[in-house]
Write a protein that binds this ligand. Structure first.
Ligand code: PEP
Ligand code: CO
Length: 478
């Protein structure tokens, strides 16, 4: 069935900018992406894929349209500098990590970072996890060779298994159903915890703040972080002492989900129309994003994501051009709807100051509403002497700081950050006050893909960003 998109109806105020693209957009349907090239297509057995997708279509959605619309409103506020987005989680979620301590620790670090930012930045935060569906990974090569044997690459647990054997690397469409079920279990636990099970982690006295004592931290910073922590604890005690909110109400926190919308069979099978709303919703997640490798204008991913109502992110690396960005905006948010489109820049600490300003200026000049988000991870990956992938904490911090500087210089606002991080005590990124070196990397390197910040490194970054947010005035409300 072909449908014409119904955005821009009377119910949504739009600014209707002049599009860069002159011809009207082609008709869209949940499967119109199938006629476009997919740079990361998986070779499934067609009948088995069709069977799995048919079942996925019948299964209940993981999220709802009203949650999606609520997130869009939050993101619209973040666009205006009135709120800040904190998005983070694993590079690749695994089925094996669908366990209570791992999930609880992910929420804990996201919540703690956000509390520090609220305290210092004096503005609300919207928390979005890379979880409950971050199971598909783009790869630079479709195959991997070891000792003369060539097998398909590991594309994430949504597709195949990491072990290097023919059966493990076979793309099995049943994995779509298995991954969906694990996303549902993860989300079920997240919803329970965020509904009131978080009493302790609200309180800095229960946090792991030993990184304050790290040799890499100056006395001034340490004193500043200790002051923030004390003020935060006092503010929380004060709210509780008011007695108007029960502890349970105070510990109710809102989390949204996100993942790279890489597998279009998975995304489109859960894309539906819902009663009393216009348009189509991708109900696998609140906030899917298009990766750096699949953002081709004429590709299958842009085709699919231009047709859904969810807010959508697009990763932008240092090779993107102004014209490409403006065309992506035209395709993904033709009506200039607030909160609809996030541009997630991942330029690398070395390139960001050269590359980003002209892009930001062009989007601003074109009058396009976007949420600017900084992903300081993916432009800063390097190989350690052992061959393990790592990232330097200083590069990560520097890219965030320089991105803030660029937006300040352009008169725009950085509305959020996007991290690969975990609540576990892993040794994958080097540096930070905890002083992880390349020699520590194989002590606890657990990522199924890219290196993540560990609990202490993530909290330290949170304090740094909070400090930067605190030095900026917030635009007045209303
Ligand atoms: C990712 O977010 O894990 C990823 C692959 O990012 P990018 O598309 O920016 O390379
Ligand atoms: Co990654």
């Amino acid at each position: 069935m072909l449908v014409v998109k119904g955005r821009g109806s009377a119910s949504r105020p739009m600014l209707n900018p002049t599009p860069v693209t002159q011809h009207p957009p082609a008709r869209w349907a949940p499967d119109s992406w199938k006629s476009k090239p997919d740079a990361q297509a998986i070779a499934y057995e067609p009948q088995a894929l069709e069977g799995a997708c048919a079942r996925l279509k019948e299964l209940p959605p993981l999220v709802t349209s009203w949650e999606i619309e609520r997130l869009k409103r939050h993101l619209a506020e973040a666009q205006q500098g009135k709120r800040f987005l904190v998005q983070g989680g694993d590079c690749a979620e695994t089925l094996a990590d669908c366990r209570s301590p791992v999930i609880a620790n992910k929420l804990k670090i996201l919540l703690q970072m956000s509390l520090v930012m609220i305290q210092e930045g004096k503005r609300p935060v919207v928390r979005v996890g890379r979880f409950a569906g971050q199971y598909a990974k783009p790869r630079s090569k479709p195959t991997e060779s070891r000792d003369g044997v060539e097998l398909p690459s590991y594309f994430g647990d949504l597709v195949n298994r990491p072990e290097f054997s023919e059966s493990a690397r076979r793309a099995d469409p049943e994995n779509l159903i298995v991954a969906y079920s694990h996303a549902a279990m993860t989300l079920n636990f997240i919803r329970s915890l965020s509904g009131g099970g978080f009493a302790d982690v609200h309180h800095p006295e229960f946090w792991e703040l030993s990184f304050f004592r790290g040799a890499g931290m100056s006395d001034t910073l340490r004193a500043e972080y200790e002051r923030t922590t004390k003020q935060l604890a006092a503010a929380l005690r004060f709210m509780e002492a008011l007695g108007e909110n029960t502890l349970e109400e105070l510990t109710r926190v809102e989390f949204f989900t996100s993942h790279e919308g890489l597998s279009l069979p998975y995304e489109s099978a859960q894309t539906r129309q819902v009663p009393r709303r216009e348009g189509w919703y991708d109900l696998t997640t609140h906030f899917p994003w298009i990766g750096e490798r699949t953002r081709a204008l004429d590709g299958a991913h842009v085709e699919f994501f231009r047709g859904i109502e969810n807010p959508v992110g697009v990763k932008l690396g240092p090779t993107v051009g102004v014209d490409q960005i403006l065309r992506l905006i035209d395709a993904l948010n033709p009506q200039n709807e607030p909160g609809k489109l996030a541009l997630v820049t991942r330029m690398g600490a070395r390139r960001v100051s050269d590359v980003l300003p002209s892009l930001v200026e062009a989007v601003k000049k074109a009058g396009r509403l976007v949420l600017w988000v900084c992903d300081p991870m993916h432009g800063n990956t390097q190989a350690a002497p052992s061959g393990l992938k790592t990232r330097d904490f200083d590069d990560i911090l520097r890219e965030v700081e320089l991105t803030f500087d660029v937006h300040e210089g352009c008169g725009t606002s950085l509305g959020g950050v996007h991290f690969e991080m975990t609540g576990e005590d892993v040794t994958e990124c080097i540096g930070g006050a905890a002083g992880i070196t390349v020699d520590d990397l194989d002590r606890h390197y657990a990522s199924a893909c890219d290196p993540r910040l560990n609990y202490r490194q993530a909290l330290e970054v949170g304090f740094r960003i909070a400090r930067r947010l605190g030095s900026h005035a917030i635009p007045s409300r209303g």
